[in-house]
Design a protein around this ligand. Structure first.
Ligand code: IVH
Length: 713
């Protein structure tokens, strides 16, 4: 009850929520909606707040309390409807001028030592030649790319798939560490770094959210991601995000000559950079910095999950170049994973896209490093039985049984794993786990081929699990990436028999579009507009690049990189399709396939078998599409599009560097000489390959000739 000592009638705004009559509540909700909207505009558009954060929060809390009491009165423009709004699908897309990379990982000192030795080897440096690295915390947030043109922030994009990210410019502008304008910057400058939330801000946000009945977050990283990916920038603004700059993308002029100077330059331009950044002259110093940062970890006030080392000299970074998604000149030295003990309640068997039966541990929920874990991977049947793929004991041969106490760990974002089992707590009568020999989804025999650690369902496309997983893979981001058709939607279509194979996606409109008896727009969750949008999005993907198409087929062992390699090698669909049909054991087409660097007998067999077994499905699908030839790499180098083989000793650069350079210039590098080889680069000591090249009439040049050809002679 509210009590008022004076006799005047209280204003509605002064009445306690419990005492409001319905018509008063209605008025009050209208007043609050207007006030809050006004405060938002004043704060964000006009940069002139009309109230304190505390007052603002109080208004929102009052609004939420009234809505809780009078749910029927909730307004369509309710301010609380915007809180925790689903990270919407409505962001524009931005293509990064330079790909946003991720990092390869080192898990112990040996991995770091190998990283350094590998770089020396690549560059052909003596083991004692000076080689400096930088070391800095690996922030556990999400990466962001900021593009400045003539000193002004023009856009901000999330990493996305590394090539294209989401346009979060309006949200990035609300982050205090991100300058709107830069003085003395190159005309074009893309600054990259990590958005994160501090521990204190995270705790306060969760408390506020809980008080308002909003969504709470599992950890600061999720909170940062959820806050940055809000369609309404006023929500982002109300969440205290921070940003550390640690890298860059496109620049119209070099920032500096070393990583250390470049970071100092970014700092001078007004960015926050990490105060624990160090330059290290030796491996010993790198590892000492790691130990130092690890010791400070708990006191930093924000989450980090390791230390990143980068080669200091930017010209050397350039020479080392990139692998498909990671630079050769940097590595993340991860902190040991976090662990916890819990009980194994059961083991489920999941059937994947290629029929693999994967055991999943169902755990009594336990918190591991701040995240509640209730599932963990058990890899395969050998792992459960306590042996590795070669039959050698793991966990000293201890098997895992339902009801056991098990130790769970997680490292970074990966799926939690089991580390160990406590035999002293094993229940009497617990029996070894019997791995199924038939598919739990379709009942077909599940067999293990010699040398394969995985048992697979032999049901192929009659197995519902394989059907659905393939469809999900087909529409995934790196495959067809159809806007509005994600795993959830395609699974629902599959369940109702609307889509069984990828082909059916492209006939959806003909079957469920305008004029059809059953219509997509009448399905739950769909409407006129969303149905139209989906049909348009599907149509748009009828044109698809060769590599994507091949990856989307979901053939075993064919990941994105392999698909890209195969696409580059064969160039167009017809050539690839023909080669797959012809590449039977012992054929020339098979030899040609095996000559592609990175293609071994297992991959070759998987490809040929898949194209054989699913010829009609694949061909019918291809018929419905326009498969674009592999993009010729934008290179006018004389080696672009050529197939090269290196043999013998090179003196001016290592073999690895030569290969990387050739690939950057658009050449394909093969491991052996065949009729398809355009050029053999032979150093001293070249043996059988040079002979074979001579037999086949392939042009042979030496290292000097190679350097001249690539413009470095
Ligand atoms: S450098 C080529 N430095 O870690 C440079 N990344 O696991 C690319 N990250 O995608 C990144 N702290 O989001 C770099 N000090 C740091 C970092 C860092 C966190 C993130 C970044 C990257 C991911 C890779």
């Amino acid at each position: 009850m509210s009590t008022h000592s004076d006799s005047r009638t209280p204003q509605v705004s002064e009445i306690d929520v419990e005492d409001l009559a319905p018509d008063q509540a209605k008025h009050e909700l209208a007043r609050l909606a207007a006030l809050i909207a006004n405060a938002n505009t004043a704060y964000h558009r006009d940069d002139s707040p009309v109230m304190s954060d505390a007052e603002f929060d109080a208004l929102r809390a009052r609004n939420a309390a009234i809505e809780a009491r009078f749910p029927d009165l909730i307004r369509p423009d309710s301010p609380s409807a915007q809180i925790g709004a689903a990270p919407a699908e409505g962001f524009g897309k931005i293509r990064h001028a330079r790909r946003m990379l991720s990092l390869s990982n080192a898990f112990d000192d040996d991995d770091v030592a190998n990283f350094v030795t590998g770089i020396r080897r690549f560059l052909g440096l003596a083991p004692d030649a000076a080689l400096a690295f930088t070391a800095e915390p690996k922030i556990d947030g999400l990466s962001l790319s900021l593009r400045y043109e003539n000193g002004a922030l023009v856009h901000a994009a999330t990493r996305g798939d590394g090539e294209t990210g989401e346009d979060v410019t309006a949200n990035a502008r609300t982050i205090v560490d991100i300058p709107e304008g830069l003085e003395g910057a190159p005309e074009i400058l893309e600054v990259r770094g990590e958005v994160y939330m501090s521990h204190t801000d995270f705790a306060a946000l969760n408390q506020r959210q809980a008080e308002r009945g909003g969504k709470t977050f599992a950890n600061p990283r999720n909170a940062a991601a959820g806050s940055l990916r809000q369609l309404d920038p006023t929500i982002t603004a109300a969440r205290p995000l921070r940003f550390f700059a640690y890298a860059w993308g496109e620049t119209s002029a070099p920032l500096a000559a070393t990583q250390t100077e470049a970071i100092a330059r970014l700092e001078k331009l007004g960015f926050a950079t990490n105060p624990r950044f160090r330059r290290c002259a030796t491996l010993k110093e790198m590892l000492a910095t790691y130990a130092e940062i690890e010791a400070q970890r708990a006191a930093l006030g924000y989450d980090i999950d390791g230390v990143v080392y980068k080669l200091d000299d930017l010209a050397l970074q350039q020479r080392l170049g990139l692998r498909s998604t990671t630079p050769r000149w940097a590595i993340a030295h991860k902190f040991p994973a976090e662990r916890a003990w819990t009980m194994l309640q059961g083991i489920d068997i999941q059937v994947g896209r290629t029929g693999a039966l994967s055991p999943v541990a169902r755990l009594c929920p336990v918190t591991v490093g701040g995240v509640v874990v209730s599932n963990a991977t058990l890899h395969n049947e050998d792992y459960i039985a306590g042996r590795d793929s070669r039959g050698a004991p793991i966990r000293e041969g201890r098997d895992i049984r339902i009801g056991d106490w098990v130790e769970v760990y997680r490292a970074g974002d990966v799926i939690p794993k089991l580390r160990d089992v406590d035999l002293t707590r094993r229940l009497k009568g617990a029996t070894p786990f019997q791995f199924p020999e038939t598919c739990p989804e379709c009942g077909s025999p599940a067999i293990r081929e010699p040398g394969d650690s995985v048992r697979r369902c032999t049901g192929g496309l009659i197995c519902p699990a394989q059907q659905i997983e393939r469809l999900k893979h087909f529409v995934s981001r790196s495959a067809f990436d159809i806007e509005g058709l994600g795993a959830k939607q395609v699974e629902a279509f599959w369940r109702d028999g609307w889509v069984e194979t990828p082909r059916d996606i492209f006939t959806l409109e003909a079957r469920f579009g305008p004029g059809q008896p059953r219509k997509l727009k009448n399905r739950e969750g769909w409407g006129e507009k969303s149905a139209q949008n989906l049909f348009a999005a599907i149509d748009e993907k009828r044109r698809i690049g060769l590599a994507r198409f091949l990856f989307a087929l979901g053939i075993r062992h064919v990941g994105e990189t392999t698909a890209g390699m195969l696409a580059a090698h064969y160039g167009n669909w017809d050539a690839l399709r023909r080669a797959m049909a012809e590449a039977q054991p012992g054929s020339e087409a098979e030899a040609d396939l095996l000559a592609i660097d990175g293609v071994g007998p297992v991959l070759a067999r998987a490809l040929v078998t898949a194209f054989d077994a699913e010829a009609s499905e694949i061909d019918a699908l291809a018929e419905m599409l326009e498969i674009e030839p592999a993009e010729a790499r934008a290179s006018d180098s004389p080696v672009a599009g050529k197939t090269l083989v290196f043999t013998g000793t090179l003196e001016r650069m290592t073999r690895a560097e030569a290969k990387a350079r050739a690939e950057v210039l658009g050449a394909k590098v093969a491991g052996s000489v065949s009729a398809k080889t355009d050029l053999l680069i032979a150093g001293p000591g070249a043996g059988s390959k040079a002979k074979k090249a001579a037999d086949l009439g392939v042009e042979v040049i030496d290292e000097e000739g190679w350097l001249r050809l690539i413009g470095e002679g």
